[in-house]
Write a protein that binds this ligand. Structure first.
Ligand code: ZN
Length: 398
């Protein structure tokens, strides 16, 4: 009886699995990661991934701060997070989607290291495929040499930025909506554990939908799924599109749980206050978190921050920023005391595109988080920013 019951469960389970396998819409990543762990040995630190198949991979080093990056195909991550994480030379590690078809693991190492070997072992004694990377401490000069060697080997993995279709009507305004963070970079983490990257995408998508209904607008999203984009790529999307406006959406978290409300930021070489400077520093960390090589940068972004063209652009950015705040107030969301502030946000550095960064609210505050997580809250905030966009274009181009 029991046996027959189990046979039934098993058959039903197999049928279900079969149905999933053959359903055309079901496109799960082919490789599962069942375990990820760090091990400290006397002469090396080892990082191991257990996987259902042997993937292609690419390993490289990054400096400032010292990191090891492992790029793999898109993975189905089922592994538990390694308790405590810090072990041997590895202080922390993270993983996630870096871009379509590429999952990335970033190991933060406290100093210069040398990669002793990377190897994939085939399944044996009940274990699946295992990817190993062994690392050892080294000196700065050897690290730099290895870094340069691996960089020259590495194929160009930069994401091509596709120029958008030219607007049908040349008098259309092009608006770039930038959902902050994504993929391997979760952004801030809320009281309930919600990720900033999810909130920003939710609001950005809603903005896209509202804006797209207006024939005057050509709307471009920097991302519309859970992928990572470097800050430079985000800026480039705006510049390539010849955008009239760039709006970056974020939701911060802070150690003070009583802090709440929206703040709008524009670019400046001098931060308006310590809090703004601190925030810019943390938002600029996005590339670092995702293992982007920050030593190779586009000159336009890294170069001169303020020139004449940019000064004019900044005037427009400020004008727009000041229109957002009253709209957000009307939406029911609180706004901060000085609700327009400025600092050196890298994502706002296009010299020719008026750009603002909206911190919708604090995920560290219970009330704010509730609004930010809810569909109605997101819709209201999206509508508020769109109202400001409408007002802005009426003012600058009546
Ligand atoms: Zn953010």
């Amino acid at each position: 009886m029991v046996n027959r019951f189990f046979r039934y469960v098993l058959t039903a389970g197999l049928m279900l699995a079969g149905a999933c396998l053959f359903a055309p819409a079901y496109a799960a990543p082919a490789i599962d990661v069942s375990s990820a762990r760090l091990g400290q040995h006397t002469d090396k630190t080892r990082f191991v991934l257990e996987m259902s198949a042997a993937p292609q991979y690419d390993v490289f080093l990054l400096a400032e701060p010292y990191r090891i990056v492992i790029d793999l195909p898109e993975l189905n991550w089922r592994a538990d997070e390694d308790a405590g994480r810090k072990k041997g030379l590895v202080e922390n590690y993270r993983f996630g989607l870096f871009k379509k078809d590429t999952s990335r693991v970033v190991l933060d190492v406290g100093g210069p290291v040398k990669i002793l070997r990377t190897v994939i072992l085939p399944p044996s004694s009940g274990k699946p495929y295992r990817f190993f990377i062994d690392i050892q401490k080294t000196d700065e000069a050897s690290f730099r040499k290895e870094l340069a060697a691996r960089r020259s080997q590495q194929k160009n993995t930069q994401v091509a930025i596709v120029a958008p279709e030219p607007p049908v009507n040349s008098r259309k305004y092009t608006i770039v909506v930038d959902a902050g963070h994504g993929g391997i970079d979760p952004g801030a983490i809320g009281k309930s554990g919600v990720y900033e990257k999810k909130i920003t995408l939710g609001v950005a998508k809603r903005m896209h939908d509202i804006l797209s209904k207006n024939k005057k607008y050509n709307v471009i999203m920097t991302r519309n799924d859970d992928t990572f984009l470097s800050l430079r790529e985000r800026v480039a999307v705006g510049r390539h599109a010849g955008a009239d406006l760039f709006v970056s959406i974020h939701a911060d978290s802070i150690s003070r749980p009583d802090f709440r409300g929206s703040t709008v930021y524009t670019l400046s070489e001098n931060a308006s206050d310590d809090e703004a400077a601190e925030l810019a520093k943390s938002e600029n960390k996005s590339d670092l978190i995702a293992g982007v090589d920050m030593s190779v940068q586009d000159d336009t972004v890294q170069g001169i921050l303020i020139d004449l063209a940019q000064r004019e652009t900044m005037n427009f950015s400020v004008k727009f920023a000041e229109m957002i705040i009253p709209e957000i107030s009307k939406s029911g969301m609180k706004t901060r005391g000085r609700s327009h502030r400025f600092a050196g946000f890298r994502v706002l550095k296009a010299p020719d595109v008026p750009s603002v960064l909206v911190e919708l609210g604090y995920l560290s505050n219970r009330e704010d988080e509730k609004i930010l997580k809810s569909g109605t809250g997101q819709q209201r905030l999206a509508q508020a920013i769109v109202n400001a966009i409408d007002r802005y274009f009426k003012t600058v181009d009546p």
